[in-house]
Design a binder for this molecule. Structure first.
Ligand SMILES: Nc1ncnc2c1ncn2[C@@H]1O[C@H](COP(=O)(O)OP(=O)(O)OP(=O)(O)O)[C@@H](O)[C@H]1O
Ligand SMILES: [Mg+2]
Length: 264
């Protein structure tokens, strides 16, 4: 009888310890899942925060660029238009002066003609800077051809351009974005890369519009985030975002630059 009782209490003890072991394992598992879930959530939150931070930087760069452009337009208007119209106005009043001889009249009139001519040229230049008229009149393809021609005419660089996309059916309000992206890339290639050969290619692949831009310049470390934080690059990125596209930029020192982006 005693022996049976002893066996029972041993079994109870074993069951108790097994149960305890299961409960502890269960608790450890729950704790493990809880903390790893928390870590995953934290990583997600950090990722989202980084994205928000980046979006803020992009927005900031757009605002800064807008402000700079406004400042530049205000300066151009002030220096190249207002000041000339001011002198035109003074000259026009001079014409009213009594007893002007013929020579004086001629001189003042010539002044007015010359200054209005200059003011006209300047206003045309400012308008062209804001929205290249070729885009409105002949579309993006002609605009890019003209841009490429301008760069080629400097003889410092040879730019080749190939395109199989029909930009005529592409929304006109998006033309300027593509144009400005290429303008910035070309300026960077010359200014920073000292490139002598550049290739621009537009193709369609699986219903996607794709642009490939390559220069043979001195390149830069594209993995270094600081290089992506210049206003030019940030503007390119926000324009590509606007076109609902994505981009990759590949560059290493002395290996030129390769940028690919898609757009809709
Ligand atoms: N094609 C290139 N070749 C070599 N370096 C480049 C090229 N494009 C960009 N970079 C590097 O990346 C940096 C950032 O370019 P980004 O266009 O943003 O600014 P930036 O040209 O210096 O100034 P901004 O465009 O505002 O006048 C440049 O300063 C340059 O170091
Ligand atoms: Mg730049």
């Amino acid at each position: 009888m005693n022996a049976i009782n002893l066996e029972n209490s041993e079994i109870i003890q074993v069951v108790f310890f097994v149960l305890l072991a299961f409960i502890s394992m269960f608790l450890v598992l729950i704790l493990f899942f809880y903390f790893s879930r928390k870590k995953i959530v934290q990583i997600e939150v950090d990722k989202k925060n980084l994205e928000i931070e980046h979006q803020k930087e992009l927005l900031n760069s757009v605002l800064i660029t807008q402000e700079e452009e406004r400042k530049r337009i205000a300066q151009d208007l002030h220096d190249d238009i207002s000041s000339k119209l001011n002198v035109v106005s003074l000259n026009s009043h001079l014409l009213k002066t009594p007893n002007l001889n013929e020579n004086e009249q001629l001189e003042i009139t010539n002044n007015i003609i010359e200054l209005t001519q200059k003011a006209l040229e300047n206003s045309r230049r400012i308008a062209h800077d804001l929205f290249p008229p070729v885009l409105e009149k002949f579309g993006l393809n002609a605009g890019i051809e003209e841009l490429v021609e301008e760069f080629n005419s400097t003889k410092k660089v040879k730019v080749s351009y190939q395109n199989t996309i029909d930009f005529e059916s592409y929304p006109i309000d998006k033309h300027l974005h593509i144009f400005r992206i290429l303008q910035e890339l070309l300026n960077n290639s010359l200014r920073h890369g000292k490139a002598t050969e550049i290739s621009i290619q537009f193709t369609t692949f699986e219903n996607q519009n794709i642009a490939t831009y390559i220069d043979n310049g001195v390149g830069f470390d594209s993995a270094d985030l600081e290089n992506k934080k210049g206003l030019g690059m940030m503007n390119i990125e926000s324009r590509i975002n606007f076109l609902e596209g994505k981009f990759t930029i590949d560059s290493k020192p002395n290996e030129g630059v390769k940028m690919i982006f898609n757009f809709n």
